[in-house]
Write a protein that binds this ligand. Structure first.
Ligand code: AMP
Ligand code: MG
Length: 449
């Protein structure tokens, strides 16, 4: 794959972004380069020096953007509208085509201040960067549509944070995303009543992310696509046992690719009330409330689109979300159970008895899915699993358990392990456990794929 630069974002015009410069990082240590992701955009051939020049000092990639762009957006944060946000510690660095022909973005996190930094330093802690690697690798392995962590470079500044022992180490991260247009990008245009700009944005998203031409029904078609993709994303979160933590509308990509990982956690058990963010006191974004939270975000897109579209087709598009979610969560749970679907009705029953057994017994999720993969439950799963076992009799394995992963132990990503991996880095600058974990996750991914 040759590097194929793009600069489609410039079609939108200057009202959508601010040209910015990266902070100067005199000291850079390359900590993680994702050569698998780089190969998909033709950047795996870079030497480490070139890599750091592009992803630590932000020397432009030839043919793509000449200057980084801080993207403008608003959004609801925990249901409160905030018109003061935007790319406050990141920017769009480059666009390119990937090996699937998709328009991709390289975006940053921790690359310095922008007009949207408000009180913030524009930086990312090293721990935050390490956590983002772990989240994205695990999600990718579990078949969740996600941004990829492309690069992590330590920058050797001292940062102060309320939620980490400070001073703490710093980093700059680059992620590979299927676009960076958020629901909040639309909300901002609705806020300013910029109908013409919104028409342009609808056209941009339909053309570049959905392969369609705009037309009169463009807004409703766009909303239908977003409901389909975000409903699928919500479903995959659930089957993965993932809690994003901050499902604000500025963190929801209109391509339905999950991104922006802060206080995320994987749930140890099927516990709908399990909450990731320590500041989410009401449990708004708890494990079991994610499908509804993402639906609420999609609704904000519908409300924004009212600026240029009639209500009825938008309502119709929204109405498809619950069905999409139901269909996709069933598919995703069956995928993780390692069995082939049999049909809507049977699969619906299977997932209901599965959820019931998991919730009642609080069985460790990763262990359960490891044991159950292929559809045969080991005998130590007792009475509470009888209904599930009965249903599984009718199912065929999706894949044989012949990968070496199945003779080892289940790979999970619970908070204690995340903290242990970080402690090796914090206490003895030992990066080997992190790299070993990434390898272990990719090993599991092969077994599941
Ligand atoms: P998030 O909750 O990470 O999606 O961030 C919400 C908003 O706060 C976004 O506009 C971010 O760019 C901004 N932000 C978060 N952390 C910082 C920081 N350290 N410096 C500047 N802006 C930040
Ligand atoms: Mg964000």
């Amino acid at each position: 794959m040759d590097f194929t630069p793009q600069q489609a974002i410039l079609e939108l015009g200057d009202a959508f972004y601010d040209r910015v410069a990266a902070a100067l990082f005199p000291q850079t240590s390359l900590r993680f380069r994702n050569d698998r992701a780089a190969a998909e955009v033709g950047l795996d051939g870079l030497s480490d020096e070139e890599w750091v020049a592009h992803f630590g000092r932000f020397q432009p990639l030839r043919g793509s953007l000449e200057a980084p762009l801080a993207l403008r957006y608003h959004g609801h944060q925990f249901r409160v509208y905030n018109p003061e946000i935007g790319d406050g510690r990141g920017f769009l660095f480059a666009q390119m085509t990937d090996s699937h022909g998709r328009l991709m973005d390289l975006g940053t996190k921790g690359s310095g201040q922008t007009p949207y930094s408000r009180f913030g330093d524009g930086r990312l802690t090293l721990k935050g960067g390490v956590r983002e690697i772990l989240a994205t690798e695990m999600l990718e392995a579990l078949n969740v549509p996600t941004s990829r962590t492309f690069s992590l470079i330590e920058t050797r500044e001292e940062l102060h944070r309320g939620d980490e022992p400070s001073p703490t180490r710093s980093s700059v991260l680059v992620r590979l995303n299927h676009g960076h247009i958020r629901i909040g990008t639309f909300q901002r245009l609705a806020h300013f009543q910029e109908a013409e700009a919104m028409e342009r944005l609808v056209a941009y998203v339909l053309r570049h992310y959905y392969g369609e031409e705009p037309g009169a029904d463009g807004p409703a078609r766009l909303l239908a696509h977003v409901c389909e993709r975000t409903g699928t994303m919500a479903a995959r979160f659930m089957a993965a046992g993932f809690v994003h933590g901050v499902l604000n509308s500025d963190n929801i990509n209109v391509t339905g690719e999950s991104f922006d990982y802060g206080p995320w956690r994987f749930a140890p058990f099927w516990e709908p009330g399990f909450t990731a963010a320590y500041f989410d006191h009401a449990g708004l974004y708890a494990f079991g409330r994610q499908p509804e939270a993402i639906y609420w975000d999609a609704m904000q897109l519908a409300i924004s689109l009212r600026l240029i579209a009639d209500e009825e087709p938008l309502i119709e598009a929204m109405e498809a979300y619950p069905e999409t979610y139901q269909r996709e969560v069933t598919k995703a749970l069956l995928w993780r159970l390692g069995v082939n679907p049999r049909g809507t009705e049977a699969d619906g029953i299977l997932t209901r008895v599965l959820e019931k057994a998991l919730a009642e017994t609080l069985t460790p999720l990763d262990e359960f899915f490891f044991d159950a993969f292929g559809g045969e439950l080991p005998t130590h799963y007792g009475e509470a699993f009888d209904d599930l076992r009965g249903q599984l009799e009718f199912y065929q394995p999706r894949k044989a358990r012949d990968h070496a992963y199945w003779s080892g132990t289940p790979c999970s990503m619970l908070i204690d392990e995340v903290e242990t991996l970080w402690a090796s880095i914090a206490e003895s600058d030992d990066w080997a456990p992190l790299h070993a974990k990434v390898a272990a996750i990719r090993h599991m991914a092969e077994a599941l794929a």
